[in-house]
Every structure is written in C-alpha cells, then in structure tokens.
Design a protein around this ligand. Structure first.
Ligand code: ANZ
Ligand code: ZN
Length: 822
C-alpha cells in the first residue's frame, strides 16, 4: 500500500469546477428525459424577482438546499424536474427600474442576465431550457386567460373600495401587502383611498383554504400563519334596535359577536366611524364632529386602529339602542377600533370581558358589568374588575341564565334570541377579497374592455394577450390612474361584443398574479394552446418539494393555493393543492442582523467562489447551521470547510488504486456513513450530514495510515454520497476512480445494510467496594456517564448504594465498572 502524498495532484477547484459545468451543459445532465419510465419528482425553488443588487450568500442558501435534494433524488433514480425562472412583473421590479431611471423592460432584462450568471455559479442542476419569465407575452397571455376565466365565473368583480394606498409607491395595496401599517415594499405609512378596484373573491375559498391545510406537509408555523390570516371564528349575529336620534324610529343594527354569552354585559354599542347608517341614526347637532372623526379614521390603517395598546378615542352619537336580551337602553358610540370591513361594522361592547372595550369604557366612564364569573378574574380593592376577564366561567347578572356555564350559554342565548328573529349563528372570516388592481405600469394589463352598452367585457380568449404597450413615461401618476390611461390609442378600442366604442381597463395586475400559477407552466413551458399541457401537468404536479423563504408564508402561498383550487374547479387540473411539502430555509445573518444590501453586511459569493470554489461555498452554506434556522455567517468557517474538501480529495486519490480488500472497521464505517447521510438528507438535517462526512474522512484516513485496508467500494460510496453536496469535486473523483459516465447518471445510491450498523455490545461486571453486584450490557465505546447510569438501574446496585455516597468510580470501557461507596 502506498501513502506517498506527492503522487496526489493539488485540489485545483477552479479548473475542476469549470470543466464539469461545461461537461454537464454539453451532456445535458440537467435535462429530464420525458420518455423515461423512472418515477418523477418535482423540486421547486421560489423563483426570484430580477433584482438589481444580485445574489449574496444569504440567497444561496435555499438554492443550495434544493439542489442537494435534487441531486440526491436524481442519483436515487428519479427524473427530477428542477426549473428556474423570473418573477419579473410587479412592484419590486418596477421600483428597481425607477430607482435607476431605466425602462422596466430593459432593466429587468439586464438584471436577469446578471442573476442568471450568478445562479449558474452555484452549480445547481437547473434545466434552463424551461426558463420562464412572467413578464413575457407568451407567459402573461395565460395569466390574463386565468383572469378571464375567473371573471366569467363571477370571481373577479369591481367595487368602490377604501383601499390601502401607499403614497410613496402611488398605488393601491392588498391587505397582505401592508405590514404593521406600512407598505411591505417601501416602508411608507399606508393610508386609505377610495378607488374603483378589481377584486378576486378569494373569500369564496376561505373554508377550503383553511381545511386543506391538513393535507400539507408544511412547517406548523406557516400553517398557523395561514389559518390566522383566514381567521375563521364562530359566533352569532345579534340584532340591536337603534332609536334614531331625530324621530325615534327604530332601525335594525346587527352586530357580530363571538361571545353571545356576554350579551347581558353589553353596556354600550360602537359603530365603525364609516358605518353606512351612522348619519341616519346620529343626532344632527353632533354630525359635523362625527364626520370629522370619520375622515381621520379613514386615513388610519386597520392595523393601527386595532392595536390593543392604542389610546382609545371615540364620540357619542347622541342615539341609543335596545339590547334584545333585556330591553335595556344603551348609548351608541363611534370609535376607530371598530372596523367597517369586519363582521357588520358594529359591535356590542362588553367592557367587563373584552380588553379593548374595557379600555374604552375606562376612558369614557361607561358602565362595566361583570356577567361571566371566574375566581381567576382580577379585582381591585373596591371589588371592581381591574382588567377585562376574557376567559370562561359561570353567568352572573344575566337573568334566567345565571349559573349557566359560559360555553353552554353561547348556544342557549343565541337559540333563545333566534326564536324572536333577533339572532342567528354565524361564522366569520378575517380574510378579505383580494384587491387585484394596481395603478402601475409594469404588470399584466387586466384584459377587460369597458363598453357603455355592454358594461365590462372580457377580451376574447383568442385575442390574448393584451400586450402591455411601450411607453415613454412609466412612472406612477399618483392620481389613482395607471400610466396606461394616458395612451389614448391603446385605451380606445372597439367593444368585443357590440363593436361600439369601448375603453380598455388601464389598471394592471399585482406582482402576485404571475407567481400564483407559474409552477404549472414549467412542465410545458413553450405550450401555446393553453396555460399548460394537461398530460405534462398531470405527470409532474403537484410540486413534491417547495423551497423558499418564510416571508412568503401568507401572500404568495395563499394566492397560489387559491389559483390552484380555482383551476381544479374549472377542471383543468386534477389536484387542488400546489405544494405538497414546503421547506423554509432560515436567513443568513452577520453580526446578528439579517444579511441585506441595505444593512451593508452582505458577503459576496463571487469572491468566495474565486478563492475557495463553489463546492466549498455550497458546503459551508449547509454547515452554517440547521437549515430551517437563522444562522450566523463566519468567514473562518469557510476556510475549515475548504480544508475538509481538500482532505477528502487527498484521501480518495491517495487510495485510488485500492482493490477489494477492506478491514472490518472500514467496512462497517462505510455502511454507517451511508445510513447517516441518507437519514439526514431525508430529514433535511444537512448541517449534521456535513459533520458526518468530516468525521468519516477523519476516521478512515487515520485508520488507513495505521495500516487498515480500504477498498475501492468505500471510496466510491464516499464520492457518491458527497455528490449532492459538492457535485464538482465528486464528479472529478468519480472520473479519477475510473468511471466514464457522469456520477449523476451512472452511480447508484449506496444501500447500507443493517447488519453492519449494529454497535458492539459487551457484558461488563459491576463491582461495589470490590464485590460483584451484577453485570450490564454496554457498547464497547460507552462513556463513563452511560456506564454509571446503566449500573444504577440495576436493583442490586440500587440496594447496595442506598443511603450511601459514591466516592469513587473506576471504569475500564469494555472491561469493568468499579464503584467505591461509603
Ligand atoms: C362582544 C364580545 C364580548 C366580544 C367579549 C369579544 C369578547 P374575532 O374572534 O376576531 O372574529 N368585533 C366584531 N366586529 C368587529 C369589528 N368590525 N371591528 C372590531 N371588532 C369587532 O373577533 C370577534 C369579536 O371582535 C366580536 O366579539 C366583537 O367583540 C369584535 F367578551 O362581541 B365581541
Ligand atoms: Zn359593447
């Protein structure tokens, strides 16, 4: 056996990596074979928007993860669809263009070229022949087609809406795009503006979007976020009678409550300031003040209005209402903490048992009546509630319902009022319909023509796409009109139905439109008879594994699920969930902060690739921490990983002429490695997979230097197992081990055998003060701690040590355990 290191060539990663990237390209190893009968697997990355700042090592993480899995599945014999494309319409791409003062089409193209080059540096197995781009007419033709289908099913409609308005982006935003009262894209304070908007009836799918979460292998955190966003609650709609301040006439004022059991504690009512009946009910002399308050409230975001910590403001309307359970007359107030868009836009206030109502009652000195009693409630020294008690309990001050359990009382009180037509059981959702129009240039034109005779007419499907016209001025106008409205010869068209003069819709779709169905396009990206070819979609979809950032937990994932369910319902696809398994990678941080260009803490992968090679950067991305958690980047760590790869390179090549002779422990070790790597891949524990490789190379390299024989198969197993993680160096080693075909087409995933995984167990005697008290079965390598624990489990040892102290312990692994007690 030779161990002459001078024979081993240097690990020249740069030439190895460029050699294999070219070779893979030529051999088209990234392409799937449509005619293959192998099982198929669809592994998808959330596609990026073509950003001007390009990729940093934080972005690499998800792409490396999905590529490792893709290559793993490929070696296992799957045909893996692993495509890439560009989410290139919408606000992020357009804002980048405006910032640079370059037309969005040109800027987008430039950004795509740069990002594509960077993505290729990762060495990922993307099938670029399937690249898609949501702003290309061949693609958005079908986004428009889906919109037309929705319109025809009554799921797209127009409505005058007080919508979220970003004064900086100068466009309306969906609820999902408002974060803590600010614009998700630019951070500006979001206000309200009344605009005629296109809406999609996602609420019609609320129940299914909620229930079907059960079908999905997604992180619980994401499922919970979606469930909370949909916000299903059960309660009752109860009718209070308002007495108009002017003429004493009664008007029905329904409220939605999740706690009908607290009805006897309703001491006042609150209307949303925008409530449509407000003016009719209120005392005329109070109207000017009420109207001014309404105007201020309208400009405040829903988020701020609902904040528990917000100081409560409000006004008395001058009118009263009658509580249907006891005929009590209670005052009607308005306050911005009640939202016009939720429930009925009016509430019965129960200050004793609702936190916001409690704050409000304290502020305006309104009565607080305890109606749910529980000893857990907190009272002050005068015996009054010190804070709202929001839990369950027994009814008090509630007439004939006194003594009833609060949960039972919910149904009992509602049923009672139901007989008098004063209540009904009701389910409510927080989810709102999706505001689907944007007053921006860079998006899919909404394919509708407005005709004075025919109303809203969809552009006939065969005339799609409605092309986005070239414009000089693409900047948002800020008037609430899209820049498209200024292009007269584009706007004016004949009505598709009657031929009369019509006008095109000038709003565009939001950035989320194209990404709501793109995963269906990859299986047949060039298909032009429909959005996708049915057989191709049936073969590949739904997506088996979807990898991306947790920032998409609500918006994109909810919209994509909605589109999928719709396409299922119109019978163009046979499944109704798009992504079976979801993996969210954690963020890469530096100095504790999320890596981002704006924070100035980015690490540029280009330089690292230059210095250490793609394989090293890939492995470090995996080694940096558990993939689902945020992890701190450390430059020293990169060097460590580089040394590991170099050591692996030298170890394999030093032994490359190995034959079939192998020592026992090397053989067992190889099976253990295969089992560890397979398990850790399946469980997405990539970081511990890397440590398993490091330990393996250390062990076996050391043993061979001690004279152990290593066989060729052991070297091949290591090379194959490492393939998904460090594909370039593995491919090179594979070739140097004498193979002519690519590892990714020729090699088979190593099959470990359980028999080799058994640990070596030995019986060792346990002595106490020199006397044999029993034996324990232990691994030869068991630690002192493990040995002591096993011994203490023996009854005989327990008895012999009872009430005594262990003063000394002598443990010889595999031989004996001696305890000295006193
Ligand atoms: C009386 C009550 C008593 C309430 C009590 C709660 C506790 P979820 O669970 O989110 O559906 N509410 C109803 N409509 C509202 C609106 N438009 N703006 C603000 N708040 C509104 O919330 C339902 C509860 O939120 C309802 O139940 C109502 O307050 C309030 F001890 O009614 B409750
Ligand atoms: Zn017409």
């Amino acid at each position: 056996m030779s161990s002459n290191t001078s024979e081993v060539p240097v690990y020249d990663f740069l030439s190895i990596e460029s050699k294999w990237r070219d070779q893979w390209e030529t051999d088209e190893v990234h392409r799937i074979d449509e005619n293959s009968s192998s099982p198929s697997y669809y592994c998808l990355d959330m596609f990026p928007y073509p950003s001007g700042s390009g990729l940093h090592v934080g972005h690499w993480r998800g792409y490396v993860l999905s590529d490792v899995y893709t290559r793993y599945k490929t070696i296992q014999g799957f045909q893996v669809l692993h495509p890439m494309g560009w989410d290139s319409f919408g606000l992020p791409a357009e804002n980048d263009a405006i910032l640079k003062n370059i037309h969005p089409r040109i800027n987008t193209q430039k950004n795509i070229e740069n990002m594509k080059r960077q993505l290729q540096e990762i060495g990922a197995m993307y099938d670029w022949s399937r690249e898609i781009n949501t702003s290309s007419p061949e693609y958005y033709r079908w986004t428009q087609w889906i919109f037309v289908k929705m319109f025809k099913k009554g799921l797209a409609y127009r409505k005058m809406m007080p919508i979220n308005w970003c004064p900086n982006c100068k466009t309306g935003l969906a609820n999902e795009e408002v974060e803590g009262g600010t614009c998700e894209r630019c951070g500006a304070e979001v206000t309200k503006k009344d605009l005629l908007q296109w809406m999609l009836k996602i609420t019609e799918y609320a129940d299914r979007l909620l229930e079907d979460l059960d079908k999905l292998e997604w992180p619980d955190k994401v499922k919970t976020m979606q469930a909370n966003w949909i916000g299903r609650s059960e309660g009752a709609q109860v009718v209070f009678s308002a007495i108009q301040a002017t003429d004493g006439k009664q008007v029905d004022l329904p409220v939605y409550t999740t706690r009908p059991d607290t009805l006897f504690g309703a001491t006042y009512m609150v209307l949303a300031p925008e409530h449509p009946d407000l003016q009719a009910i209120a005392a005329p002399d109070r109207w000017p003040e009420l109207e001014a308050y309404r105007e201020r409230a309208r400009l405040t975001s829903d988020m701020d209005r609902q904040a528990v910590t917000r100081e409560k403001t409000g006004l008395f309307t001058g009118a009263y209402a009658v509580n249907p359970v006891n005929g009590e007359k209670i005052p009607i107030w308005i306050s911005d903490y009640v939202l016009v868009s939720y429930g009925t836009g009016a509430i019965m206030a129960v200050p004793a048992h609702d936190t916001r109502d409690f704050e409000f009652a304290k502020t305006f000195d309104l009565p607080i009546i305890e109606v749910i009693h529980n000893d857990d409630a907190v009272f002050d020294e005068n015996g009054n509630l010190a804070e709202a008690y929001v839990g369950e309990g027994v009814l008090v001050n509630s007439g004939t319902f006194d003594g009833t359990d609060s949960v039972q009382a919910r149904a009992a009180i509602t049923e009672n009022l139901q007989k008098k037509n004063k209540a009904q059981f009701k389910v409510n959702y927080r989810l709102r319909d999706w505001v689907f129009s944007r007053q921006r240039y860079w998006g899919e034109p909404i394919p509708i023509v407005h005709c004075p005779n025919c109303g809203e007419v969809p552009v006939p499907e065969e005339e799609l796409p409605v092309l986005l016209p070239e414009v000089e001025s693409y900047r948002p106008t800020g008037t609430g009109e899209s820049p498209l409205a200024a292009i007269q010869d584009w706007v004016n068209v004949d009505c598709p139905t009657c031929g009369g003069p019509g006008q095109r819709e000038t709003n565009t779709m939001p950035q989320w439109a194209g990404s709501s169905w793109y995963f269906l396009r990859y299986p047949s990206p060039q298909y032009d008879q429909g959005p996708f070819q049915k057989e191709a979609v049936q073969k590949w979809c739904p997506v088996d594994l979807y990898v991306g950032g947790v920032e998409h937990a609500i918006l994109h994932l909810l919209y994509a699920r909605f589109f999928t369910k719709f396409l299922h319902d119109i019978e163009v696809i046979p499944f109704d969930e798009p992504f079976l398994r979801l993996f969210n990678q954690g963020m890469i941080c530096r100095e504790g902060a999320k890596m981002s260009k704006s924070k100035g803490n980015v690490v540029n992968p280009d330089e690292l690739v230059e210095q250490y090679g793609t394989d090293t950067v890939r492995i470090y991305e995996l080694f940096v921490g558990p993939p689902e958690l945020d992890s701190e980047w450390n430059d020293q760590g990169v060097t460590g990983v580089y040394r590991f790869l170099r050591k692996t390179w030298e170890f394999v090549l030093r032994n490359k002429n190995a034959g079939t002779e192998v020592s026992d422990r090397v053989l067992k070790r190889r099976h253990r490695l295969a089992s560890e790597i397979t398990d850790r891949l399946e469980q997405f524990r990539f970081n511990t997979a890397i440590s398993a490789f490091m330990e393996y190379v250390n062990d076996v390299d050391g043993w061979t230097k001690e004279g152990d024989a290593v066989d060729k198969a052991s070297l091949e197993w290591l090379t194959i197992l490492l393939g998904p993680f460090a594909p370039h160096v593995s491919e090179e080693l594979w070739e140097r081990l004498g193979h002519e075909q690519s590892l990714f087409s020729e090699a088979e995933w190593p099959q470990f055998e359980e028999a080799y995984l058994q640990e070596d167990l030995v019986e060792i005697p346990v002595q106490i003060n020199g006397k044999l008290r029993g034996t324990v079965e232990l691994d030869v390598e068991a630690s002192e701690e493990e040995a002591r624990k096993a011994a203490m489990d023996l009854e005989s040892v327990k008895r012999a040590t009872e009430g005594k102290q262990i003063v000394k312990m002598i443990y010889v692994p595999g031989k004996v355990l001696n305890l000295v007690v006193r």
